[in-house]
Design a protein around this ligand. Structure first.
Ligand code: NAG
Ligand code: ZN
Ligand code: ZN
Length: 352
């Protein structure tokens, strides 16, 4: 079973780990109060803009560094600790964040932006480079993908028998992942088989608390929900969340329940090599709210994964229900602009 990983992924992963280590285990970590439940302390930053100085902006800089929006040292003074000053580095990072998450790009911490920042999300950073004008999916840095000598590719997965949460049965979690893997398998020539041999499985699913040995640290309820490391097939879920097996099936929920099936779909996307999409309606968008369900693949997700693995010959794109299919104005603007430029060129050429 061969897995191709150009070394750039290694660098990206190392950077990500370094950022996490810097932000979680820096010398100030011991003295800093523990971050409030799910980033809700950021609420007091509302309406901060360039020139503001508000307690908590330093923490926001750390957040933006963790998810790939600013270099870890930017916005810091001599101590190396990010300051509470809203400087030009922070403004640039906020604009990048807004653009990535498809929010109005204002550069200030308006209500919509803060609401998005405080939403639970995936622990994988967003900085995966840009895709085309129309498509909004991205591939992970270095374009990692699974390869095997013979097609179709068969990947094994296992749900850890020990890294579990007490209130969920192993067979129920396993059934959720079965459904999620089946959805991805429908669109690409890759199949997934469950195995009991956790150590030998290509994809290893488990629930963990806090820092758990891979550099990516979980943070209690809400905040970071999960992460996946395609390089070694690890798919980790934060054991502190209130996981709902599948929202809408009548299982008990609280106002903070997170849909396991939606998060499983998203993290499998990373295991396959996809990065975060900028479209808020698709599986690969980086954040999801409590009680929200987003487990159906959309055209954007499918086009992304098919770019890596090609299509499953039995699958028709037109069979998908599709929120991201709404006509995109920008693409028409670009198209019309191109048409205009061509027309001008033709006129110039024919009249000179
Ligand atoms: C969990 O699995 C058991 C046995 O497979 C099944 O009877 C039960 O309905 C499942 N529960 C949920 C909430 O899916
Ligand atoms: Zn993600
Ligand atoms: Zn992990």
């Amino acid at each position: 079973m061969a897995l191709m990983f150009p070394c750039r992924l290694g660098h990206a992963a190392a950077c990500f780990l370094l950022l996490v280590i810097l932000s979680c285990a820096g010398p100030a970590a011991a003295t800093r109060p523990a971050p409030a439940h799910g980033w809700h302390s950021f609420k007091r930053l509302q309406d901060a803009r360039r020139g503001s100085r508000v307690t908590g902006l330093g923490e926001l800089k750390r957040y933006l560094a963790t998810f790939g929006y600013m270099p870890a040292g930017a916005g810091a003074e001599h101590s190396g600790e990010p300051t509470d000053a809203f400087d030009e580095h922070l403004e640039a990072a906020v604009k990048r964040y807004q653009s990535r998450l498809s929010l109005p790009v204002t550069g200030s911490l308006d209500a919509a932006t803060l609401n998005q920042i405080m939403s639970p999300r995936c622990g994988v950073e967003d900085d995966h480079g840009v895709s085309g004008v129309v498509s909004r999916f991205t591939l992970l840095k270095g374009k990692p993908k699974w390869t095997q000598r013979s097609e179709p590719i068969v990947l094994s997965y296992a749900v850890s028998p020990t890294a579990t949460v007490s209130y969920l049965r192993h067979d129920n979690v396993s059934a959720v992942f079965r459904r999620a893997f089946d959805r991805w398998a429908l669109v690409i020539p890759v199949s997934f088989v469950e195995t009991d041999d956790y150590d030998a499985a290509d994809i290893k699913v488990g629930f963990y608390k806090g820092s758990h040995g891979d550099g990516g640290s979980f943070d209690g309820p809400l905040g970071v929900l999960a992460h996946a490391l395609p390089k070694n097939g690890r798919l980790h879920l934060d054991a502190s969340e209130q996981w709902a097996l599948s929202l809408g099936d009548g299982t008990a929920t609280t106002s903070e329940s997170i849909d396991l099936e939606s998060v499983a779909m998203h993290e499998i996307g990373h295991v396959l090599g996809l990065g975060h999409s900028t479209s808020p309606h698709v599986v690969m968008y980086p954040s999801i709210k409590a009680l929200q369900k987003r487990a159906d693949l959309t055209v954007d997700d499918v086009q992304g994964v098919q770019m890596l693995y090609g299509p499953n010959p039995n699958f028709r794109l037109s069979s998908l229900h599709n929120p991201s299919m709404a006509p995109e104005r920008t693409s028409w603007v670009v198209f019309s602009a191109r048409l205009l430029v061509s027309a001008v060129l033709v006129i110039l050429v024919t009249h000179l």
